[in-house]
Write a protein that binds this ligand. Structure first.
Ligand code: 13P
Length: 265
């Protein structure tokens, strides 16, 4: 039997600005990014930018006016499509702004805003119902890792996410492995940790939805990604991209990370 040719999925590098940049700063950063990116970057790598809600319209306008092939992303969305939910922003509103990717279940939302696996599942459905692609975040705490519970934690989170689409085909979905101990700490996971976690994610999808679905799934790594560690973190076969926080606020650093996803051969 001929050994299977390893599949490399198209990398997706996403910049999560979190709660940074007002709309003036966002316009500046998006324009700067557009000027730095080369055709060879966007030909080889999918890129998404996830500004705060108040910046989305401004960033959309810059990307579209300057023809920058970077997808617009959001950091969260409401469960419901419309109604009496003061302070919420719905998935249809995001879709109307040409948002393509929505981060769902980021650990900061799970931890600081009480989002449960059920809420995450409802948000995944809202994103998909409105024609966008969710980036579903999963990851273990330091205590869970030290207790040897990483696989169990990731399995439970991925199973809950897949449960959102019970009885239907699995939609396009990205899973971001973001160990909590690596987020904003300057202590990135090792490439081996990232690969092992990505394999766990893929194997849960394979068990529930089959090998084809697992083979198509893109798994990102996130947590203290920098231009210095990006290439190493992207090297393992099951890591298909990066979800970048702090370093995405600097367009030069973000572009350097994008370039790590397509090193010149
Ligand atoms: P940092 O890259 O700042 O560690 O943040 C990671 C993250 O949470 C991206 O969603």
């Amino acid at each position: 039997m001929t050994p299977a040719i390893p599949v490399r999925r198209r990398p997706l590098v996403s910049g999560n600005w979190k709660m940074n940049f007002d709309h003036h700063q966002a316009i500046h950063a998006a324009r700067d990014l557009g000027l730095r990116l080369r055709g060879s970057d966007t030909a080889a790598v999918d890129i998404s930018l996830h500004p705060p809600f108040t910046d989305l319209r401004s960033v959309q306008t810059v990307l579209e006016a300057d023809d920058v092939p970077v997808a617009l992303g959001a950091q969260n969305c409401a469960v419901e499509d419309a109604g009496a939910f003061t302070g919420e922003v719905s998935a249809p509103m995001l879709a109307k702004l040409h948002v393509e990717y929505v981060i769902v279940g980021h650990s900061e939302r799970r931890r600081l805003f009480g989002e449960t696996d059920e809420v995450v599942a409802a948000k995944l459905r809202a994103v998909v119902r409105n024609g966008m692609t969710p980036i579903c975040c999963v990851g273990e705490t330091l205590e869970e890792r030290e207790a040897g519970a990483t696989t169990a934690r990731l399995t439970a989170q991925v199973e809950a996410a897949l449960g959102a689409f019970e009885g239907t085909g699995l939609p396009a979905l990205v899973v971001a492995y973001e160990p909590l101990w690596a987020i904003g700490t300057g202590r990135a996971a090792s490439a081996q940790d990232a690969e092992e976690a990505a394999q766990v994610v893929r194997s849960v999808v394979a068990r529930a939805r089959g090998d084809d679905a697992a083979g198509q799934l893109r798994v990102q790594y996130g947590g203290s990604v920098t231009p210095e560690n990006a290439a190493e973190l992207l090297a393992p076969p099951d890591v298909d991209g990066l979800l970048v926080g702090g370093a995405s606020l600097d367009p030069a650093q973000f572009v350097a990370i994008v370039r790590a996803a397509h090193p010149p051969r």
